[in-house]
Every structure is written in structure tokens, then in C-alpha cells.
Design a protein around this ligand. Structure first.
Ligand SMILES: [Zn+2]
Length: 154
């Protein structure tokens, strides 16, 4: 079940159909703002969500550390800098498409896939949890306001 969920989430990211604010804004004719509802510091793009959003940093850190460990093994003290934002995004979305990894054993690619799926799954869960909390607070705020209004007018 979890594996299937991970797989679907990674597939969604890969095809850029995962519903982030920037995607919703693009199709909303300017009725929805593209900024990240979690940190409100930047537009919520796939890169912001996976690599930058400060609100998800604790969920991200654990899985990034594992991924970095694998990538450092691939670097092997070489001159190729595999840990940079551009490449990281590609690693997470589809590591099999990178020429850089074409000579790596299949077990190494599967390790990367597993780690990136875990990363995406946990970021997705954390984002959902935080958004539900925000929506819940907004609902309570609106509900309390209307109750007070009713009491005031009634
Ligand atoms: Zn953010």
C-alpha cells in the first residue's frame, strides 16, 4: 500500500501534475495565488516543495541525508559535483534518465529510487498534514466569527 502510494506520488511529480499552488495558479486565471501556503516565502513550485520549503525541512532532512550518502559514494571523491540543486531535482524525479548514473549498478539505482520515493512520500504527508491544520484553523476562525455574529445580531 505504502509502496503503491510512493510510486504514484513520484509518478505525479515526474509528470508535473501533482497539485502544487503554482500549478493551481496557472490554471485558475489569476484567482489562486502561486505562493506556498506553508512558508509563504516563495511560489510553490516542484523545486520549492522538494528542495527548499522551510516548513518541510525536518521531514526532508532525514531522507536527504540518506540520499546524500548514496550520491557521495557515486561521486567517489571525483570531480563531478552531483549534490547541487539542478541535479538533485533530476535525481528525485527520475534518476534513471541521468547519463551520470548510466554506469552504476542497478542496485545503486534502486537504492536511489527507494530513498527518493520515501522522501516524496514523507514530504507529501507532511504537506498534507500542515495544510489540513491550516484549513482547520481557518474553518474554526470563520465558524467562530459567524457564531459571534449570530449571537450579536440574534
Ligand atoms: Zn514553502
Amino acid at each position: 500500500m505504502k509502496w503503491t502510494c510512493c510510486y504514484l506520488i513520484v509518478q505525479k511529480f515526474t509528470f508535473y501534475t501533482y497539485t502544487l499552488q503554482s500549478t493551481r495558479a496557472k490554471f485558475s486565471r489569476n484567482t489562486i495565488q502561486p505562493y506556498c501556503k506553508l512558508c509563504k516565502e516563495s511560489d510553490e513550485t516542484i523545486e520549492h516543495f522538494l528542495l527548499d520549503c522551510i516548513s518541510l525541512s525536518d521531514a526532508r532532512q532525514r531522507y536527504m541525508e540518506k540520499l546524500f550518502k548514496i550520491l557521495r559514494e557515486i561521486e567517489g571523491g571525483g570531480t563531478i559535483d552531483v549534490i547541487n540543486d539542478g541535479l538533485l531535482l533530476e535525481f528525485i524525479l527520475d534518476c534513471s534518465a541521468l547519463d551520470l548514473l548510466s554506469n552504476q549498478p542497478i542496485e545503486k539505482l534502486l537504492d536511489i529510487e527507494r530513498e527518493t520515493q520515501d522522501l516524496c512520500y514523507h514530504l507529501h504527508m507532511k504537506r498534507t498534514k500542515l495544510l489540513c491544520k491550516t484549513i482547520g484553523q481557518q474553518y474554526i476562525k470563520v465558524h467562530n466569527t459567524s457564531c459571534q455574529k449570530n449571537n450579536f445580531t440574534g
